[in-house]
Design a protein around this ligand. Structure first.
Ligand code: DP6
Length: 439
C-alpha cells in the first residue's frame, strides 16, 4: 500500500537514486559542464536531498501600498488591501532543492541564473533559516533536521511577462518564501518574511481578499498580511487584466515610492487621513459583497495613487493614453447604465485591471474589443476563463462615443479571485539540482 505523504514530503526526490539511473549517459553528457558539477563529487558526499515545488499567485491591490517607513524591513506608511488572482491564469512556480553536495546557494529566474546575493533574496533566506534553527533549538518533535545547513538551488518561472506591471515580484517572493518554508520545515506565519522580499508579496501568501496591516512596531513584527475573506466568498466577481504593454516599466515601484515619500505631501495626507477610513469601508464592501461600494473605492484609490505619482517631484507617469482611454470608457459605460457595473485599477504600469460581475463580462469585453480593435493577425485576444461572444448594441456604442484605438490593448486575461500558494509535483530542477532543459 502507498504510504500517505505529508505536504512536506510530497514532491521530494532522491537525487542519489536518480543520479545512478543516469550513469549510462555519462559519455554523451561529459561535455556538459552541469554534469561535471554533479559527478565531480564523490558519491558518498551526496546526501538524501529535498526537492519541493510550489506555486503562488499574483495579487492586485484595491487599496494601494505606496511608501515605506523602513526601507530595510519593508514597513509601509499605510495599510493596503488586495484581491488574489487565480493561479490558473497567473502564477509563479518555484522549485527549491537542498543537498549536502551543493557548493553554494544558486538561483535561476525565468531560465537565467541570477545573483543570489541580492539583499532581498538574502533577507528571505536568512529569515527562513533562522526560523528553522529556532524550531530545532526549541526541540520540536518530528522535525526533519537534515538539510538545515545545506545550500539551496532555487529555480523560478512566471507564466506571465515579468515587470509588466503585473506584480511579478509579489508572486515571486511569496512563492520563494512558501517553498523555502516547506523545504526547511518551517510552519506558521510567513507573510512577515515574504514582506521582506517585496512589500506586496506578503498579500500573495493568502487567497481571496487580503489586507496588509501596516503595524506600528519598529521591528515590523506586527506588519503582516491577513485574509479578510477566502476566494470562495464572492463567486460572481470577475477580473479582466487588460494588457496594454508587456514592456518593462520605466520607474520601478521601489524607487518610485521612495521619491514619493521624500517629495509628495499628497502621499503623506493620503497615508494619514485617507487610507485608514478607506480600509474600513473596503473591508465592509468586501464582506457584504457591495459591488458599487467596492468598485467606487477601488477606482478612487487607484486615481489617488496615480495623483501622488504626479505630485512626486520629479513626477512619475505610469498611465499612458491607453490607460486614460480605459478610464474614460469605464466611466461612460457606467454612466450609460446609471450604475457602477465596472471598475478599473492600475498599479505601477499602464495595464488596467477591471473588476466586474459575471453578468456584465460578455458585454464589457465586447466594448473593449470594439474600442481597442485587436491586431487581426495577432494571437488570441481573450485568454483565461472563457467569455462568450455577443454583438455590441449601437445604442451603447454611441453612448460611449470614443475614438477607437487600434491595437491599444494586446490581450485580455479573464480571471477571478483564487487561492494562496500550494505545493505541486512538477519540479523545475532536475535530479542533478540544475534547471531542467525546458525551463
Ligand atoms: C503599486 O511591493 O513592488 O503595486 O515593497 O519596494 O518591493 P517593494 O514594492 P512593491 O510595490 C507595489 C506597489 C503597487 C501597489 C500595491 O501592490 O499595493
Amino acid at each position: 500500500m502507498r504510504r500517505k505523504l505529508t505536504p512536506l514530503q510530497r514532491g521530494r526526490v532522491d537525487i542519489r537514486e536518480a543520479a545512478s539511473n543516469t550513469r549510462g549517459v555519462v559519455c554523451e553528457a561529459v561535455r556538459d559542464k552541469r554534469w561535471i558539477t554533479r559527478t565531480a563529487l564523490p558519491e558518498d558526499s551526496m546526501d538524501k536531498p529535498n526537492i519541493v515545488t510550489c506555486t503562488a499567485p499574483v495579487n492586485i491591490a484595491v487599496i494601494k501600498y505606496w511608501g515605506k517607513r523602513n526601507e530595510d524591513l519593508i514597513l509601509p506608511i499605510n495599510s493596503s488591501l488586495s484581491v488574489t488572482l487565480h493561479q490558473d491564469q497567473l502564477k509563479t512556480t518555484t522549485t527549491v532543492a537542498t543537498s549536502r553536495s551543493f557548493q553554494e546557494d544558486r538561483i535561476w529566474l525565468n531560465g537565467k541564473e541570477e545573483d543570489i546575493t541580492h539583499p532581498r533574496l538574502q533577507s528571505c533566506l536568512r529569515e527562513i533559516r533562522r526560523l528553522a534553527r529556532k524550531r530545532r533549538n526549541d526541540g520540536e518533535a518530528g522535525l526533519n533536521l537534515t538539510g538545515m545547513s545545506h545550500k539551496v538551488h532555487i529555480c523560478s518561472v512566471n507564466n506571465f511577462p515579468t515587470a509588466a506591471g503585473l506584480a511579478s515580484s509579489a508572486a515571486g517572493f511569496a512563492c520563494l518564501v512558501y517553498t523555502l518554508a516547506q523545504v526547511f520545515g518551517v510552519e506558521g506565519e510567513l507573510s512577515g518574511i515574504a514582506r521582506q522580499g517585496s512589500g506586496s508579496a506578503c498579500r500573495s501568501m493568502y487567497g481571496g481578499f487580503v489586507q496588509w496591516i501596516m503595524g506600528k512596531k519598529d521591528d515590523g513584527k506586527d506588519s503582516l498580511a491577513q485574509q479578510v475573506e477566502p476566494e470562495t466568498h464572492w463567486p460572481d466577481l470577475r477580473i479582466l487584466v487588460l494588457v496594454a504593454s508587456a514592456e518593462r516599466k520605466q520607474v520601478g515601484s521601489t524607487s518610485g515610492m521612495q521619491t514619493s515619500v521624500q517629495t509628495s505631501c499628497l502621499l503623506k495626507h493620503r497615508a494619514e487621513s485617507v487610507v485608514p477610513e478607506r480600509m474600513v469601508e473596503m473591508i465592509e464592501a468586501v464582506q457584504t459583497k457591495d459591488f458599487t461600494a467596492f468598485a467606487e473605492l477601488t477606482m478612487k484609490d487607484s486615481n489617488q495613487f496615480h495623483a501622488t505619482c504626479l505630485d512626486t517631484y520629479p513626477p512619475i507617469f505610469y498611465l499612458n493614453n491607453v490607460s486614460r482611454q480605459v478610464i474614460n470608457l469605464v466611466h461612460r459605460y457606467n454612466r450609460h447604465y446609471g450604475e457602477t457595473r465596472v471598475a478599473y485599477t492600475f498599479d505601477a504600469g499602464p495595464n488596467a485591471v477591471i473588476f466586474t460581475l459575471q453578468q456584465h463580462v460578455t458585454e464589457f469585453v465586447q466594448v473593449v474589443q470594439h474600442f481597442f480593435p485587436p491586431d487581426t493577425n495577432g494571437g488570441q485576444f481573450i485568454k483565461g476563463l472563457p467569455v462568450s461572444c455577443a454583438s455590441l448594441s449601437k445604442d451603447l456604442e454611441q453612448a460611449i462615443g470614443l475614438e477607437p484605438m487600434p491595437k491599444g490593448i494586446s490581450y485580455i486575461i479573464s480571471t477571478k479571485a483564487g487561492p494562496g500558494p500550494c505545493v505541486v509535483e512538477d519540479h523545475l530542477l532536475g535530479s542533478d539540482g540544475l534547471p531542467k532543459k525546458t525551463t
